[in-house]
Design a protein around this ligand. Structure first.
Ligand code: ADQ
Length: 469
């Protein structure tokens, strides 16, 4: 039987669907939440495209299937590959190293081998579904080797790669075993996109240092082809957040939250995956110091921290959870009253509606990662504030800091500065806050996720096809 082939193919570690079990115990698929899926799925659909990815379950032999006009090419992973490729090489080596090594990266030969095996499997699946001269868009740090592996199989394809996380400086990258191979992996693409210009520069600098190439501007010649490295800062589906923020039920929920958290208390909010890059423990510690030195009191303010469980089988994430819970317990024990605690900690995932209600209720949003490729929460908060109210305290080490100039920028490593940022946001006069929020809203409205995807694909489309099939 002849297989269908597709002119536009997205390749990502995960498929755009999650397997959901309903109350009756029946399983079905639901679209994954998040901007990436909502930006790329419509493009894939209108192009009659395909999506290559893993279902998220070990040893899952779900056959490829079609959903909403997109062909979903499943790539199976064994339990051992989930341990080695995903939790090992991707999340215990590359993730920490690419985030300034804020936690110690671990290096294991068997992880590296599994990473290559899985990247090869993804490349083969992609080569199978891509039509002659198709456009292929590969995503993120789990698939750094894939562009080259795919080009070896299919030199006729137009290959774009986008890295969602930071790209480290030369001194850090060269600590990776087999580092040149990873670089060659990326150089298999025609266009390599990053969140920030500095990341693109780091990448180009490395091609000179490790491979003796001669980058010029944002391009580098490699094996007779031109590879472009450029920043394409990702964004969110602004109109989705705006629609939720205008929904009377969401607004009623925001009022209820404010009432229940203590009426006239100012509300500070953190929303993150529970990840050591997000600076959650430093943020809570700084808040504890503000309470201790009397800058804020439990009667005057409350910090709500929503932390989505994430990568719970990785030891560093378990340790972070323990650190955060211990610190929350200590602060609540020391500064709380009966029925009124200074830190409300929710180790839970929340629906989009509930998140937007929280954004609407929050006087001050705290986004203070130690390092973050972009940070979509900061943009979601801004998009939700149709009332032009609220304040954003933002780490200068996020991609978002390049764009959201109305934020109170802080260095999250400097606890004094973090405290000053929080208290400046709490004390700023309303006019200044409106002015800051207005500037940020203009930025976010002009650059939504659709704009991002179109810019990337336009740049990729302009790239000369590198070989005749
Ligand atoms: P993440 O590290 O996951 O993304 P982020 O950009 O903040 O970080 O995106 C998180 C998403 O999850 C947001 O849409 C947010 O609303 C949602 N979320 C967070 N906590 C939640 C909770 N408790 N309940 C429900 N939803 C929650 C990676 C990179 C980022 C980059 C993105 C996109 O690390 O730097 O911005 O990819 O490229």
């Amino acid at each position: 039987m002849e297989r269908r082939r597709y002119g536009f193919v997205v390749v990502a570690n995960r498929l755009p669907l999650d397997r959901i079990t309903d109350e009756r115990g029946e399983q079905h698929w639901a679209r994954s939440p998040g901007g990436l899926v909502s930006a790329l799925e419509p493009i894939a659909r209108s192009a009659g495209g395909a999506w290559v990815g893993w279902t998220g379950g070990p040893d899952d032999d779900t056959e490829p299937f079609e959903a909403d006009g997109v062909y979903l090419r499943t790539v199976p992973l064994s339990g051992e590959e989930v341990d080695r490729y995903y939790e090992g090489q991707s999340n215990s080596t590359i993730w920490p190293l690419f985030h300034d090594a804020v936690e110690q990266p671990a290096h294991r030969r068997e992880w590296r081998i599994a990473y290559e095996t899985v990247n090869r499997r993804f490349a083969e699946a992609t080569a199978e579904v891509a039509d002659d001269g198709a456009t292929v868009w590969v995503h993120d740090y789990q698939l750094l080797l894939l562009p080259k592996l795919l080009r070896d199989l299919r030199p006729d394809l137009r290959i774009g790669f986008f890295l969602h996380i930071p790209f480290p400086p030369v001194e850090l990258f060269i600590q990776l075993p087999r580092r040149a191979e990873l670089l060659r992996g990326l150089l298999g693409a025609d266009l390599v996109g990053f969140q920030q210009p500095l990341a693109a520069q780091n990448f180009l600098r490395l091609t000179a240092q490790l491979l003796d190439l001669r980058p010029h501007g944002e391009q580098v010649e490699y094996q007779g082809r031109t590879v472009t490295a450029r920043a394409f800062p990702i964004s969110i589906d602004v109109s989705e957040i705006d629609r939720l923020a205008a929904d009377p039920e969401v607004q009623a929920e925001a009022s209820r939250l404010r009432r229940e958290l203590g009426g006239d208390r100012r509300l500070l909010l953190g929303v993150d995956r529970l990840d050591y890059t997000k600076g959650i423990d430093q943020r809570i510690e700084a808040y504890g110091e503000l309470l201790a030195d009397g800058t804020v009191s439990n009667d005057e303010a409350v910090l709500v921290q929503v932390a989505t469980p994430s990568r719970q089988r990785v030891a560093q994430y378990q340790q972070l959870r323990e650190r955060v819970e211990r610190e929350v317990g200590r602060i609540n024990g020391e500064f709380g009253d009966v029925g009124r605690v200074p830190v409300q900690y929710l180790f839970q995932s929340r629906s989009r509606e509930e998140l937007v209600a929280l954004y609407l209720a929050a006087d001050v949003m705290l986004v203070t990662p130690l390092r973050d490729g972009m940070n979509l929460v900061a943009k979601e908060y801004v998009a939700a504030r149709r009332d032009e109210g609220g304040a954003l305290v933002l780490s200068e080490f996020t991609g978002a800091a390049d764009e959201l100039h109305g934020a109170f920028l802080v260095n999250p490593y400097d606890v004094e500065e973090l405290k000053r940022g929080v208290s400046a946001a709490l004390r700023a006069d309303p006019e200044e806050l409106t002015d800051r929020m207005r500037r940020m809203r203009e930025q976010v409205w002009e650059h939504d996720v659709d704009h991002w995807a179109q810019e990337f694909l336009r740049a990729l489309g302009r790239h000369p096809l590198s070989a005749t099939p």
